[in-house]
Design a protein around this ligand. Sequence first.
Ligand code: NAD
Length: 380
Amino acid sequence: MRHKTRHRGTVITMNWSTALDVKTRVAVGSGARQKLTNVLAQIGAGRRVLIVCQPSTAVHWLRDIMATLPSEDFQVTTLEVPDGENAKTSEWLLRIWEHLEARGFDRQDTIVALGGGAVMDLAGFACSTYLRGLNLVLIPTSLLAQVDAAIGGKTAINLPTGKNLAGTFFFPKAVLADQEVLSTLPPKQLTCGLAEVIKYALIEDTVAKGSDYEKGPRALLDIIEDLVRDTYDYDDPTLAGLITSCIKMKLFVVARDPQETGLRRILNLGHTIAHGLEAETSFDLSHGQAVAIGLAQMTKYAVGQKKLDKESLERVKEVLIRAELPYEIPKGASKDKICQLMNADKKRSGDKIKLVVPHTKLGTVDYETLLPVSDLAKLL
Ligand SMILES: NC(=O)c1ccc[n+]([C@@H]2O[C@H](COP(=O)([O-])OP(=O)(O)OC[C@H]3O[C@@H](n4cnc5c(N)ncnc54)[C@H](O)[C@@H]3O)[C@@H](O)[C@H]2O)c1
């Protein structure tokens, strides 16, 4: 009795900490998708597997993936969600939950996300929240998803007020990044993925300084310049090397800072502008195109702030042009509206927004820059 009285109304302070001990198997290279059954066996997955995909990817790859899952071992169901960003809605999140519930999925069962970044984000969110988490396996089919969206455990859907506003951190059990699936990717989408590859090049030195990522003998930016000098295709060996380097870079950054409290912010270079642009253009600009403009604008801002020389800006523009990516804000887009949208960005805290700004030389950035929101127009 005395014991109870003593604790009633008493503030108890407890310090508790945990290490995020996350294990993700990452297979990169031609034929990586064939490892799906092995991976499911390794993680002790249950019999039920839901493959979430989009029509434009399903038509090429769904049967191929299903063929790797023997029917005596797995009960495979599929759910096609609408193409592109139209999938990343609360409506489709609910449909996935309902699908899982109707078929009795339990926590040993698996969602396989087969598609571009939009599918990775939606299926990952559904997977992280249903029964507080099933097994998640990602088979990214766009270049952008292979080098970025499938790596690092961020999931999201969009809300009417902005992109990726509802989401979770949830790590997949495996990522199978197979260059062969890029063979059906429309050329424009391959180009869009290159925007994220260029982003990695523009942060490479700072990542190498702050994580276990080791630079190769040549800077990523030099290698990209070689790639875009001529025409290239999905199976270009130079592209294969770039994909592996970008994946490694992101894995090392995320290992150092899984929940984006420091170094991981570096991956947002150009993204505050990009998210504003995507929404302002009602997603006419793809994520990759918007990121390309964001990279150029942030480089231009850095030059204006005397943090970088003009030649660096010319070099960034040149590589974007050769990669057939835009570098300027489209004429019809309202800068005021983009500023309003940037103001709603997750990176805002009070009346300041945290930005990643290039400085000194390409490859080096400061990821702690605080800009008053009243100065956002200076970025455009
Ligand atoms: N979670 C993260 O860390 C993260 C990181 C970067 C981007 N993203 C998100 O990823 C999305 C962008 O990803 P994206 O550029 O892959 O776009 P996307 O997912 O919209 O795919 C682009 C189009 O290509 C099609 N497609 C994809 N692979 C194909 C293939 N192999 N063959 C034929 N068609 C194919 C898709 O169906 C879609 O129509 C955005 O929603 C963005 O917010 C998330």
